[in-house]
Design a protein. Structure first.
Length: 171
């Protein structure tokens, strides 16, 4: 049987998850962000890293680099104009290796798993598009990444701790 504190933590986390991400889901569409669901993926990486507020900025920087990496990769593959499988392999090989090497040089500022995840997110969204059709998608993705780390990740964590603290104080 769970302790009172564990039950309160679970219920307040459930409330935070039930309340804050849906607000973003509704709001994002009204402010022109068609990639709102990206926020949930990014929040998941933040949570998987242990809800460390101290790492939020470097996680976000990793996601932004991944977004940029996807944009570059799509343009590189379009420029190569060779066998599509070979384009994909070579681009992923070179850029994946570079991301890990660059990330390892600045671990204080870059969370490499977020870079790789952000790259995958970007490639999933803009990869199938012609480069002329990408438009503002990388900016929309970046906005959703920011919302995922700071609003959903940090925000839900702070909300949950605040509500749980209020309830547990009233013992």
């Amino acid at each position: 049987m769970k302790s009172r504190e564990e039950r309160v933590n679970i219920l307040t986390l459930a409330l935070g998850i039930a309340l804050l991400p849906p607000i973003w889901a509704v709001l994002s569409g009204h402010i022109g962000i068609t990639t709102g669901a990206v926020a949930l993926i990014c929040a998941g990486v933040y949570v998987a890293n242990g809800n460390k507020t101290s790492d939020a900025l470097k996680i976000f920087i990793g996601f932004l680099l991944g977004d940029l990496w996807a944009y570059i990769a799509v343009h590189v593959m379009a420029a190569l104009n060779i066998n599509p499988d070979l384009e994909l392999f070579l681009t992923l090989f070179v850029m994946g290796g570079l991301a890990v090497l660059i990330g390892s040089l600045a671990p204080k500022w870059i969370f490499t798993p977020a870079w790789l995840c952000g790259w995958a997110i970007g490639l999933t969204i803009i990869g199938p598009l012609d480069t002329s059709a990408i438009g503002t998608l990388p900016l929309q993705i970046a906005a959703a990444m920011a919302a995922g780390v700071f609003y959903v990740g940090v925000g839900v964590d702070a909300f949950q701790r605040w509500i749980a603290g209020l309830i547990l104080k009233k013992k």
